[in-house]
Ligand binder design. Structure first.
Ligand SMILES: NC(=O)c1ccc[n+]([C@@H]2O[C@H](COP(=O)([O-])OP(=O)(O)OC[C@H]3O[C@@H](n4cnc5c(N)ncnc54)[C@H](O)[C@@H]3O)[C@@H](O)[C@H]2O)c1
Ligand SMILES: [Zn+2]
Length: 369
């Protein structure tokens, strides 16, 4: 057999420099500082805003933007997870084009995780990518969703199954926005903060325990505590921006959580589902990583004191199809991010997840650790 001449099909490698730069500003006065985050050469803005957030804060955001660029068009998004739908995404891209968006336009997303996930995807796919600045107005958005470049849409098959990385030029988290959040959505954010504490900052759990009464009543945490929770994610992003390994630890509570959310047809909110998902993960961890049973118990107590659920809101059978489609699953095998102890995650075989038998997950769903 004649050997193929390797010179006839040479392979060349292009080394893509990691030129992505994403900034994060949080704390009082962040909104006013938006001008200093504005990309050079960008002369226009189009706002994509959650209608409720815009009602509460539109005048302030528009006032800040009008000091930077000409008054932008504002495209409204209906509140709620159902807006993360492909039909809404297409509508947004068309609205961006009709508003005359071009490469000198910055998309400014104002709202919670639904809006920043959706607007981020619209910005990332319109004209192959427009720069986006995220202005998260919910606690979930400020401690988690707006950081990290992930954008997403939901499908009937499950949550966040369409999406891409599109890093925001900047994230501007101003604590004042949290002042108008309904109690249920403050609690949602608390679930992500408990996750952050378990993943990398046990001292944060002590702060949440100390302030539980106020927080459960719907008073948002102070700016410093919000920053501290977001910092856990930010530090991990610096080490693994594209989730090749370590970043998977941030999925703690989300394997069961996403399945609960989808199986409930989004009647259970993201934070409520994640709270229950954390409890399931802790019970699995008791069996697989040496996580202390007493820690799993105190996690349940903590969530209850924060006004959050500590038990899955849907039966295991309803969640099962969604669990199998979890993005961490491999060859149909469920894999979960699990803690070893508060603040220390299980590295597994280096991919920071652990394979979990369906039968064990079923037992832990029903409360046996
Ligand atoms: N991309 C990521 O890395 C990431 C991480 C975590 C969560 N998420 C996604 O985030 C979404 C959940 O985000 P969320 O909890 O922010 O929900 P959300 O965006 O639905 O907002 C919650 C509610 O608060 C209202 N709202 C927003 N800002 C307000 C304000 N300042 N005052 C009064 N009301 C206000 C909204 O109208 C909505 O009804 C989920 O889709 C989840 O998948 C994404
Ligand atoms: Zn989450």
């Amino acid at each position: 057999m004649p050997q193929p001449d390797p010179r006839s099909n040479p392979t060349e490698t292009l080394l893509i420099q990691n030129a992505v730069r994403s900034r994060w500003r949080s704390g009082p006065g962040s909104l006013e500082a938006l001008a200093s985050e504005w990309p050079e050469g960008a002369t226009r803005a189009v706002v994509i805003a959650d209608r409720r957030a815009w009602q509460a804060w539109g005048a302030e955001v528009a006032g800040t933007l009008s000091r930077i660029v000409a008054m932008p068009d504002v495209i409204g998004v209906a509140p709620g997870e159902r807006s993360k739908h492909p039909a809404v995404w297409i509508r947004l891209v068309q609205a961006l084009l009709r508003a005359g968006a071009d490469r000198t336009t910055v998309v400014v997303a104002v709202g919670g995780g639904v809006t920043t996930d959706l607007a981020g995807f619209a910005a990332g796919t319109c004209l192959r990518g427009l720069p986006v600045i995220l202005v998260p107005t919910t606690l979930v958005g400020q401690v988690d969703a707006a950081l990290g470049g992930k954008t997403a849409l939901d499908l009937p098959e499950g949550k966040n199954l369409v999406g891409a990385f599109h890093w925001p030029v900047a994230v501007v988290s101003d604590p004042r926005f949290l002042g108008t959040l309904p109690r249920r959505h403050v609690r949602n954010g608390l679930a992500e903060m408990v996750k952050a504490g378990l993943v990398g900052d046990p001292g944060l759990l002590a702060v949440l325990d100390r302030d539980a009464k106020r927080l459960a009543a719907g008073r948002p945490p102070d700016a410093e505590t919000v920053h501290r929770a977001a910092r856990v994610k930010w530090d991990i992003l610096g080490q693994d921006p594209y989730e090749h390994g370590l970043r998977r630890v941030l999925n703690l509570g989300h394997t069961a959580g996403h399945a609960i959310e989808a199986a409930s047809r989004f009647r259970v909110t993201h934070g409520e589902a994640v709270a229950a998902g954390l409890v399931v993960a802790a019970r699995v961890a008791v069996r697989l990583t040496g996580f202390q049973r007493s820690e799993a118990d105190s996690l349940g107590d903590r969530l209850r004191r924060l006004g959050l659920p500590d038990t899955p809101q849907v039966p295991f059978d309803a969640a099962r199809p969604f669990l199998a489609r979890d993005k961490k699953a491999r060859q149909g095998c469920i894999r979960m991010a699990l803690p070893r102890s508060p603040g220390v995650m299980e590295p597994g075989d280096g991919d920071w997840t652990v394979p979990v038998d369906e039968s064990l997950l079923l037992e832990c769903w029903h409360g046996v650790a």
